[in-house]
Design a protein around this ligand. Structure first.
Ligand SMILES: O=c1ccn([C@H]2C[C@H](O)[C@@H](COP(=O)(O)OP(=O)(O)OP(=O)(O)O)O2)c(=O)[nH]1
Length: 161
């Protein structure tokens, strides 16, 4: 996957949002971490993977992918803030349940908040990609859905959302 292209699109979007909301000089690192954690919760809710008490089916794959790419936005954005990129590498196949993998991603996000090192960023990125793989998304699916949501994010800003 060409992550450089997505990083560059994200950088433009973040710049647009920050100038629109007069945040150029404000530290929004904490807000972006919380936003990522909230998106992860929303994503988990759409999969319903942890709802052992319920028999209701999970939401459609397209809806789950839309939620997934909101998390991609915030992970790219956090990397940009800390001046990190992600280089594509072969993903190890994880032998976990979706629920365990969600918990890994939560842990990785909290670890990155406490110590925003390059290594912790890579761990967060990799864990999130492995979650995407477990949810059945190909890199092409993720890239296409990211592009679509990136455009929607501009439209929402223009509409004064
Ligand atoms: O600096 C930022 C801030 C936000 N976003 C993007 C990420 C995500 O794709 C979207 C925010 O998520 P969402 O669309 O779910 O927004 P919301 O306000 O939570 O929507 P809703 O009120 O519909 O739940 O904005 C960025 O890319 N950069």
């Amino acid at each position: 996957m060409n992550w450089d292209k997505l990083f560059s699109m994200q950088k433009q979007l973040d710049g647009y949002i920050q100038s629109k909301h007069h945040l150029k000089e404000t530290d929004i690192f904490q807000a972006k971490i919380l936003a990522l954690l909230v998106e992860l919760g929303e994503l988990a809710n759409e999969t319903r993977c942890f709802k052992f008490w319920s028999t209701k089916p999970r939401n459609e794959k397209t809806v789950i992918l839309e939620e997934y790419v909101d998390g991609v936005h915030f992970i790219l954005s956090l990397g940009i803030d800390k001046e990190y990129l992600y280089e594509d590498k072969a993903l190890e196949t994880v032998i976990t349940t979706e629920t365990e993998q969600f918990n890994h991603v939560f842990e990785a996000a909290v670890a990155f908040k406490g110590d925003p090192s390059k290594l912790n960023y890579e761990t967060l990125f990799t864990n999130y990609l492995q979650l995407g793989k477990l949810l059945g998304f190909s890199e092409a699916d993720i890239q296409a859905a990211y592009m679509k949501k990136n455009e929607i994010n501009y439209e929402r800003q223009i509409q004064g959302y």
